[in-house]
Design a protein around this ligand. Sequence first.
Ligand code: SAM
Length: 251
Amino acid sequence: MNQIYSEREHARECAFESVWSNDIPDVFADVAKYYDRANAYATLGLIDGLRQRFISTIELRPNDRVLDVCAGTNVIGIDLLKKQSSLDVYAVDRSASMQEVGRQRAEKQGFRINSTICDVHELPYPDNHFDVVTLQFATRHLRAIKVFSEVLRVLKPGGHFYHCDMLRPANKMIEQIYYMYLKVCVTAVARAFGSGSAALRCRDYFINAIRMFYSTEELAHVLSELTFSEVVGRSVLAGTVGFHKARKSAI
Ligand SMILES: C[S@@+](CC[C@H](N)C(=O)[O-])C[C@H]1O[C@@H](n2cnc3c(N)ncnc32)[C@H](O)[C@@H]1O
């Protein structure tokens, strides 16, 4: 791995390890019941359209085995099943509360998603197992290189990884405006939904996690360095969000 990215990962880990281990699990246990409504509120309803844009980039074949990493409330798994109902969908997330909300949502719509509760730094699946792996809105809370290596391991040769997250905008002015917006947003959501103490403690973290994260171009380099091929990164909403598609090379 390029030294610049190894050093960035090390710096992220040193800065955030305690938040990732101690606060993030409490945040998602607390927000699970209002997570989807809070996202809609914070993005003024933009989140659904954004997710549909991401979903539209995902190519599926009937009966594909799909893994959604950090699946949360199963928004991705459910949308993929709406697109291709014969899929065999797996969800993995550390938060039992988020996955319980996700299980109920899927069931209400007549879908079944196989759920595993665990830390995604070690994926509990065999090598070369999935046709498609997705990961949306979570990598900034993770050791990215470790998790991407696991994604590569569990993908079948020729399989595809689709990634979407809030990224660090390459344009400095947009970056500053973005952080101001996030500050207002996190405070407004906390007030509107009565967030618990863990979410309040993480107010600065949510911005710093993006400040130390990757731009769209950098994330594409990280994936290429890990030997993913045909890596395509696309900036969305002025680089505040990035979509990436990458393929595991056929042996
Ligand atoms: C912002 S939510 C995103 C959920 C979903 N992907 C979405 O797009 O709505 C982040 C999710 O990542 C999960 N998560 C964070 N760190 C994790 C870890 N180390 N292992 C497993 N799940 C983790 C949280 O529990 C939470 O459900």
